[in-house]
Design a protein around this ligand. Structure first.
Ligand SMILES: *Cc1c(COP(=O)(O)O)cnc(C)c1O
Length: 475
């Protein structure tokens, strides 16, 4: 497809202005400040409309097809969420207009926080963090502030070997050294390894629950106990909360801090870099460290409470990505007590896929899974790789699963169907996965040369990352 710069014709304009009806003044703008060449596309209004309409159809989204991207919870985003966030009272509000004129907005945030507390068991939440990774950073900063107050010098944090890359990154950004704890054969955290590594200079552990293999660690309470015995804190990476939402509460299992990705579990659109929202919840003893302000209520109404003794400060301008908060709140209120079915059906859908695919594909951790599961590339014939399979899926109109993560599974294919997909879609996916495996045996070039049916063919991902060429230049 041509770029907009390559369309149109010299001198073509999108607007026509009436003749100048005032005296034209020469040299009104100093010559040095005048732009010599604008380099804008010379196109008509219709050229522009057609170009961007066409472009919009090249995109792949949850609204256009199945999107089993593991750990990302690409569920359907109900359109009523959008309607609510576009209400004038929300969309046109200004963060500086003051508490008195922002009562509705503050109430929504207050109520959302209460709902998150109820669902997770934590005492309070900050709604400021703008994403999961940002929530992790907030949580690790709270951990640091907690030990600073106790005047304990703890320099290390434990992470699971199955953890998301953002976990070690958040630790290192805060000046902690990370130590990896192994997973055992069943995909749980290795308790012996944890005991050995949980020493006095360790501030705590970051654990994804359910973990990135899509498994609920049956030793979760025991794990928290081991860390607590050494007075450490346990951080819950809550990106996978979709499996347990409305069913179990991480705070009751022993976690001290947790982030929730509203854009995953609570159905706000995501991908392409945001905006997202990653609220952070803590137990009672850690509330004093939360980012200020919190939203509280007194006799006069809702207000911004900056009175937090040991607050780590502000994590974001104003009060977080408010539009995302409205969407998540709408989703929670819309489902009400049926929120529990989200967890149940996401787990059901994932197990349905796992059971049907493991007949042909290798499922290294062969247990009942939560909302996702991870296949390996073992048994792929003809040097076909996970990447080839992922690319071939695009030819059949599916988004690829998450691949090569978690790192502890060779050629990992991480599949998360979510609860919003129908049985027909799941059956179609199973059929296509099996068909691709047959192609791999008989016509491997079909996978090696995939994708063929997409607007662009296979990209050189390494070159794109190392030598990005993002700007069009006139020849
Ligand atoms: C998505 C994800 C994150 C990071 O969340 P963002 O909102 O993308 O910053 C962290 N951990 C896990 C397990 C995730 O799936």
């Amino acid at each position: 497809m041509k770029l907009i710069f390559e369309k149109g014709a010299e001198g073509r304009k999108g607007v026509s202005l009436p003749e100048l009806d005032v005296e034209k003044k020469e040299n009104l703008i100093p010559k040095a400040l005048l732009r010599k060449e604008l380099n804008l596309p010379e196109v008509s209004e219709l050229d522009v409309v057609r170009h961007y309409t066409k472009l919009s159809t090249l995109n792949f989204g949850v609204d256009s097809g199945f999107y089993p991207l593991g750990s990302c919870t690409m569920k359907y985003n109900p359109k009523i969420n959008e309607d609510m966030s576009f209400l004038q009272g929300f969309a046109l509000t200004h963060p500086l207009q003051g508490e008195e004129l922002s009562q509705g907005v503050l109430e929504l945030m207050f109520e959302l926080e209460k709902a998150l507390c109820e669902l997770s068991g934590f005492e309070r939440f900050s709604l400021q963090p703008a994403a999961g990774a940002h929530g992790e950073l907030t949580g690790v900063m709270i951990t640091k502030a907690f030990f600073k107050k106790k005047e304990e010098n703890r320099t290390k944090l434990l992470i699971a070997d199955s953890s998301h890359g953002t976990n070690p990154a958040s630790c290192v950004l805060c000046g902690f050294e990370t130590i990896e704890v192994k997973s055992d054969k069943e995909g749980n955290l290795d308790l012996e390894d944890l005991k050995e590594k949980m020493q006095q200079d360790v501030a705590g552990l970051m654990l994804t629950s359910p973990n990135t293999l899509g498994l609920f660690d049956k030793n979760t309470e025991e794990i928290c106990k081991i860390v607590h015995e050494k007075n450490g804190l346990v951080y819950c990476d809550g990106a996978n909360m979709n499996a347990i939402v409305g069913i179990s509460k991480p705070a009751e299992q022993g976690f001290d801090i947790m982030h929730i990705n509203l854009h995953k579990t609570f159905s706000t659109p995501h991908g392409g870099g945001g905006p997202g929202s990653g609220p952070v919840g803590v137990t009672k003893e850690l509330v004093e460290f939360l980012p200020a302000p919190l939203i509280d209520k007194n006799r006069k109404g809702f207000y911004l409470n900056y009175d937090l003794e040991n607050s780590i400060g502000k994590m974001r301008s104003f009060f977080g990505n408010f539009g995302i908060l409205v969407r998540a709140f709408t989703y929670i209120k819309g489902l009400g007590t049926s929120l529990k079915e989200v967890g149940e059906n996401s787990v059901l859908n994932a197990n349905y896929l796992a059971v049907n695919l493991k007949k042909d594909f290798d499922l290294p951790y062969n247990r009942i899974c939560m909302h996702e599961f991870v296949l390996s590339d073992k048994n792929f014939p003809n040097q076909v790789t996970t990447m080839d399979l992922a690319k071939r899926l695009l030819d059949y109109g599916f988004h690829a699963p998450t691949i090569y993560f978690p790192l502890i599974v060779h050629g990992a294919i991480m599949i998360e169907p979510t609860e919003t997909e129908s049985k027909e879609t799941l059956d179609e996916f199973i059929e296509i996965m099996k068909k691709i495996l047959k192609e791999a045996e008989k016509e491997p070039e079909k996978l090696k040369n995939a994708p063929q049916n997409t607007p662009v063919k296979r990209l050189d991902a390494v070159k794109a990352a190392r030598q990005p060429d993002l700007r069009w230049k006139k020849q």
